[in-house]
Design a protein around this ligand. Sequence first.
Ligand SMILES: Nc1ncnc2c1ncn2[C@@H]1O[C@H](COP(=O)(O)OP(=O)(O)OP(=O)(O)O)[C@@H](O)[C@H]1O
Ligand SMILES: [Mg+2]
Length: 226
Amino acid sequence: MLGGGLETKAVTEVYGEFGTGKTQLCHTLCVMVQQDTLVGGLDAKALYIDTENTFRPERIVSISDTRGIDPRKSLENIIVAKAYNSAHQELIIQEAGSVIEDNHVKLILVDSAVAHYRAEFLGRATLSERQQRLNKFMHILVRIAETYDLAVLVTNQIQASPDAYFGDAARPTGGNVVAHTSTYRIYLKRSGKNRIARMVDSPYHAEREIVFTLSERGISDVTESR
Ligand SMILES: Nc1ncnc2c1ncn2[C@@H]1O[C@H](COP(=O)(O)OP(=O)(O)OP(=O)(O)O)[C@@H](O)[C@H]1O
Ligand SMILES: [Mg+2]
């Protein structure tokens, strides 16, 4: 669907309901980015900004094992930064430059980009401040992606109840801010035991859907899974 993978110098947003595979996708990409360019990697490390405490080293081990990759090496090449609140999340990204350079980071994951903002800024009165802060955070990500020629992927959850501010229950949180700052937007949804990914917004990909599965291998094509 991506025609070769995540684009560097760009921010890709992946949004969907809980359990649709956003975190599994992040884990899989952390392993894949380390692989040789011949097999679709960038021979580089990943910076994983974990805001929901859902990074699991065990998943990295099983994703690596099932793909014939040394799990210890995989873990060594993932720099995990836990963000405890939105201010901390912003601080991590503001200070990320030296970490990126020193470690040859070519992929940054922010899982999730919006959770802290959503939890901290409740109600209509705080909406504009929330959007401003989120906007600033997203713009730093864009700048980092461009400066260091790396790929950024952010996740965003769809709210269960219709969001009074944006009107549409099927829209991601943080709405316009995250949408306008991301170059690519991918929507994940359930389809029985599989998942469907749809390219929603792209400057050059056609809008199309693909089916994938979640397994010990992380995310994979349906035909690939055992
Ligand atoms: N080892 C595994 N083997 C098979 N499937 C797994 C495995 N680990 C997780 N899954 C599947 O992944 C799903 C969870 O996906 P994930 O955590 O990526 O969701 P998410 O989109 O990040 O949700 P949230 O919005 O709550 O963060 C589980 O429901 C399960 O179906
Ligand atoms: Mg998740």
